[in-house]
Design a protein around this ligand. Structure first.
Ligand code: C2E
Ligand code: MG
Ligand code: MG
Ligand code: MG
Length: 279
């Protein structure tokens, strides 16, 4: 870690063939050690109310502070974690860390919700909702202050298991967010039956929304669908004020993106309200 602000310092390790089985095993073995040696870190990205401009929550995004390779983004190790079953201890670590940090910022007077990304394998595991409830109780955190982000692809993958998990989690008061919406294949009947707190519009539609009428149509349709189902809508990947304006006028509720802040370490996010935009 080079100590620079923001996440531009993430090293994407080129020249590695992740398809190579030996390399895959190396990553898995190293990741097992990483968990034991506490080499994972969370960066946080604020989520902003598009009307008031206030920070309403933060999303936890995991990185791996690799002893040789530097700060690695999730794309470098999550696939190996998901394949190997290490995703379970990894998600448990992320949840514990995020809830502990949230308890600290709550004590400092900030009411931010925290969003944690979870994989299909996590939610499909029987007892996951009880596990999360137990962690919340341990931190004295109200369940509605946690949002679990499940990608639309994960939700669609095994309909029955994923749907039951969503029902179990929401029955305990935990918020569910459907991440990367628009890139997966959930059906309308699946969405109709699920109490979803938030829909996140995928960045691919957001980034060209000013110039691409098809993206505009999709974004407008997702906003109408989400609101019709009683969900909030968040747009991800907002990089310019013009895009933020367009989305606000289209009725989008909340936004995330480099315009407001890159994902940053806890030490930086905790001063966010004082210093304004972290860049
Ligand atoms: P995501 O949940 O959709 O998170 C948004 C990704 O877009 C993050 O990448 C974030 O750094 C990036 N991003 C945010 N704003 C902008 C922007 O304005 N422009 C651009 N170009 N990018 C932006 P990151 O941190 O590399 O994470 C990638 C994915 O890895 C996440 O996508 C999420 O699906 C997964 N992930 C991250 N942390 C965890 C975790 O703790 N557990 C699990 N299961 N998955 C995680
Ligand atoms: Mg997410
Ligand atoms: Mg997303
Ligand atoms: Mg995304």
């Amino acid at each position: 870690y080079h100590g620079k602000r923001g996440s531009a310092d993430i090293v994407v390790y080129a020249g590695e063939d992740m398809a190579h089985p030996t390399q895959w095993l190396v990553v898995q073995a190293e990741l097992r050690h990483a968990l034991a040696r506490d080499e994972l870190v969370l960066h946080y990205q604020p989520k902003v109310d598009l009307r008031s401009g206030a920070v309403v929550g933060v999303e936890a995004l995991v990185r791996w502070q690799h002893p040789q390779r530097g700060l690695l983004p999730p794309s470098e190790f999550l696939p190996a974690a998901e394949q190997s079953g290490l995703i379970e201890p990894l998600t448990a670590w992320v949840l514990r860390r995020a809830l502990a940090d949230q308890a600290a910022w709550t004590a400092a007077g900030r009411t931010w919700d925290v969003s944690v990304n979870v994989s299909a394998r996590n939610v499909e595991k029987p007892g996951f909702a009880d596990f999360v409830s137990g962690l919340l109780a341990g931190h004295g955190t109200a369940p509605h202050r946690l949002l679990l982000e499940i990608t639309e692809t994960a939700l669609a993958a095994d309909t029955r298991l994923a749907e039951q998990a969503v029902i179990d989690l929401t029955a305990r008061g935990i918020g569910i967010s459907v991440d990367d919406f628009g890139t997966g294949y959930t059906s309308m009947s699946q969405l109709r039956g699920l109490p979803i707190a938030e829909v996140k519009i995928d960045r691919t539609f957001v980034k060209d929304v000013l110039d691409a009428p098809p993206s505009q149509a999709i974004v407008r349709a997702v906003i109408a669908l989400a609101h019709g189902l009683g969900s909030r809508v968040t747009a991800e990947g907002i990089e310019t004020p013009e895009v933020a304006d367009w989305l606000r006028r289209a009725g989008c509720d909340e936004a995330q993106g480099y315009l407001y802040s890159r994902p940053v370490p806890w030490a930086e996010i905790k001063t966010y309200e004082i210093t304004g935009a972290v860049s």
